[in-house]
Ligand binder design. Structure first.
Ligand code: ATP
Ligand code: MG
Length: 644
């Protein structure tokens, strides 16, 4: 016996279960001569008892014994400790018996009497060799499995047709499929449809080139797309036949998304640039063009006064009319391209509608006007010019739609509901054909003039198609909504809904705000040039439950001066300010000497909203809100910033 085997033997205990004392004795003696420790049991029941108590490393067992026989013992031990070698030492000498015992867990079968003890020793050593091997394999299997499942990369294998064979835990976690389902599943099922052809190409390529790498997309159970970088290789069997594909992949979703975001931001910025440029050009063009049109119109009108000839008069009238159209076109174009930030002033919508009706008095001749105004309507905070322009456009459209209606009627309605102010303009005119419902807000879409194939309008009615595009733009700048219902030859109802900026917080809002930590009695500098807004904001902040002390600055200069002369705990800062310095200038000035004081930008300006995102990453005491904002959002943002 070699040194290593001998060393191993000294650490092992063998349990001998046999009902014949002489056999127990002789085997035991012999094993101890070979350095093993031994235990003995005289029947199956006792054998099991000792096994459970002493945990031997190997078991020798007879088959025919009283009480509990050898078969029972084998079954019991094998079930309990499948790695313990069991060797049958039996007087029954038949192949069937040997096979039967092997089937239930025995490792070897020796026949009695054991005359040559070296055979027994050899069998025991073989048993331990095997057990050691099994132990090592289990250890390395575990190591491999641990590694396979915990690495941060996806590891997987699939067959040559693209069906999964094995997938590590990391992959499963990301994909979200349970193991049983993923095994044998067609890999095509976990990728977006448009990616499948790419997968087929990769399969072909790998069979030819033995490997393939690149970028890929997979789809998780909940529908999210995961971007990966993969490397696949073809695996061969010992005959050199390709058997499966094994690979690893790395989740690069965050990187990809960041890149996509960057691209989108660039595109958006480019669009904004273009818009700004178009705006500038359109503005300049409109100015020159209006001058030219003015000259043409003036001359034509002058000539009209002196003309007597019917034909000439007709031509001159046409010139005046067409020049007017040109003017309205340029006006609308400029308004559309300009994309400016709305002012925020208090407006009584009922009064505003009355004003527009007066303006359009001549157009409205012969049309019955019905007003159902809610008299107690709250004041709207919005851009008066934009609201007026929107109303003119919509009422003008109604007037046009009524040009061929027998008893034309326009119903104007105002009401408020769910924190919104609604304005409805309803006519009983020609209506909008259903197939154009999606087009009416598209710039330059019109069904008037040359486009009036169904002859819905009187001949002299023309349109530029920018009216509703502008109205929608205005409404959305106020975070409002526009919608309509329409039926051909029955009429159309346009509804504008503007969010209401309330004068103070409601009881319910105060309760909700109170759920988080609330800051009170702070010194706040409110930089805001529009009185309607600073009124609301200062009222909300200085009343219960906050009781802040609020001071208002309406220009950048005053703001800077006040900041340096007083001590403030918080700055609420509008971006667009009159008089040379804007909000960003004020911010920069404050930060030169004070890095800590929390600053909340409030703005609706698009260029600003873009630049602020970067700034926020560098300055943790900075936040922003887009305008117009609700009181609750406003106070919550302030609380949040003060919490930092
Ligand atoms: N009240 C309405 N009744 C019927 N059709 C309408 C009504 N309002 C809008 N439309 C349809 O929507 C189209 C687009 O309206 P929009 O105000 O944008 O352009 P326009 O009136 O044709 O031209 P512009 O207003 O620029 O002079 C109109 O041409 C018309 O077909
Ligand atoms: Mg119009």
């Amino acid at each position: 016996m070699g040194f290593q085997r001998r060393a191993r033997a000294t650490t092992k205990t063998v349990l001998i279960i046999d009902d014949e004392l002489s056999i127990r004795k002789s085997i035991s003696m012999h094993l101890e001569d070979n350095f093993y420790k031994t235990l003995t049991a005289e029947n199956g029941r006792e054998g099991i008892e000792i096994f459970d108590r002493e945990h031997p490393d190997l078991v020798l067992v007879d088959l025919r014994m009283p009480e509990v026989d050898g078969y029972e013992v084998i079954k019991y031990i094998h079930k309990k400790s499948p790695d313990i070698p069991i060797i049958v030492v039996s007087g029954v000498n038949s192949i069937e018996t040997a096979i039967k015992t092997m089937k239930i867990g025995a490792w070897d079968f020796l026949t009695k009497p054991v005359t040559d003890h070296s055979i027994l020793i050899h069998s025991i050593e073989k048993g331990f060799d095997h057990a050691d091997l099994l132990f090592e394999k289990k250890k390395s299997d575990k190591k491999f499995n641990d590694l396979f499942n915990t690495v941060s990369d996806f590891l997987y294998s699939y067959d040559l047709n693209g069906y999964f064979l094995e997938v590590n835990q990391t992959f499963k976690n990301v994909i979200g499929y349970p193991d049983e389902i993923l095994k044998g599943v067609d890999a095509r099922k976990i990728m977006p449809k448009k990616i499948v052809p790419g997968f087929e190409r990769s399969l072909k390529k790998i069979l030819m080139e033995k490997q393939d790498q690149g970028k890929f997309q997979i789809r998780s159970v909940d529908g999210n797309v995961v971007f990966v970088e993969y490397h696949n290789i073809l695996v061969f069997d010992s005959d050199g036949k390709p058997v499966f594909i094994s690979g690893s992949a790395r989740d690069v979703t965050l990187r990809e998304l960041a890149e996509e975001e960057k691209k989108a931001a660039k595109k958006h910025a480019a669009e904004q640039d273009k818009k700004a440029l178009v705006g500038q050009i359109a503005g300049k063009l409109a100015h020159d063009f209006n001058n030219i049109l003015g000259a043409i119109m003036g001359r034509a009108q002058l000539s009209l006064l002196h003309s007597k000839d019917e034909k000439v008069i007709k031509s001159l009238q046409l010139i005046v009319e067409q020049s007017m159209r040109g003017k309205s076109l340029t006006q609308n174009l400029v308004a559309f391209a300009k994309n400016q930030e709305p002012r925020q002033e208090t407006i009584n919508v009922n009064k505003k509608i009355n004003l527009v009706i007066n303006l359009l008095e001549r157009d409205l001749e012969g049309i019955k006007i019905k007003r159902t105004f809610t008299q107690s309507i709250p004041t709207l905070i919005a851009d008066p010019g934009m609201v007026e322009h929107a109303l003119v456009n919509i009422i003008q459209n109604a007037v046009h739609a009524l040009s061929k209606t027998e008893s034309p009627k326009i119903i104007l309605k105002t009401y408020y509901f769910n924190d919104r102010i609604f304005i409805e303009v309803e006519d009983n005119g020609c209506g909008i054909p259903g197939e154009y419902f999606n087009d009416v807000y598209t710039p330059s879409f019109t069904l008037k003039g040359g486009k009036d194939i169904s002859q819905s309008y009187k001949n002299d009615i023309k349109g530029t198609g920018y009216g509703l595009a502008n109205v929608k733009n205005y409404v959305e700048k106020h975070k409002g909504k526009i919608f309509f219902e329409s039926r051909v030859d029955k009429g159309t109802k346009f509804t504008l809904a503007f969010p209401l900026i309330k004068k103070e917080l409601t009881g319910k809002e105060i309760k909700e705000v109170g759920k988080t930590t609330m800051h009170k009695e702070k010194n706040i500098l409110l930089v805001e040039d529009e009185k309607a807004i600073s009124d609301v904001q200062s009222r909300v902040l200085s009343r219960k439950p906050f009781n802040h002390k609020v001071e208002i600055a309406s220009t950048g200069h005053t703001a800077i001066k006040m900041f340096h002369e007083n001590k403030y705990d918080f700055i609420s800062l509008d971006y667009l300010l009159p008089g040379g310095l804007n909000g960003m200038d004020v911010y920069n000035n404050i930060r030169e000497t004070n890095k800590k004081v929390p600053i909340l930008f409030v703005s609706g300006n698009i260029e600003f909203l873009e630049s602020i995102e970067d700034l926020k990453k560098k300055d943790l005491n900075l936040d922003h809100l887009s305008k117009p904002c609700q009181n609750k959002d406003y106070v919550e943002s302030i609380n949040r910033l003060l919490n930092k």
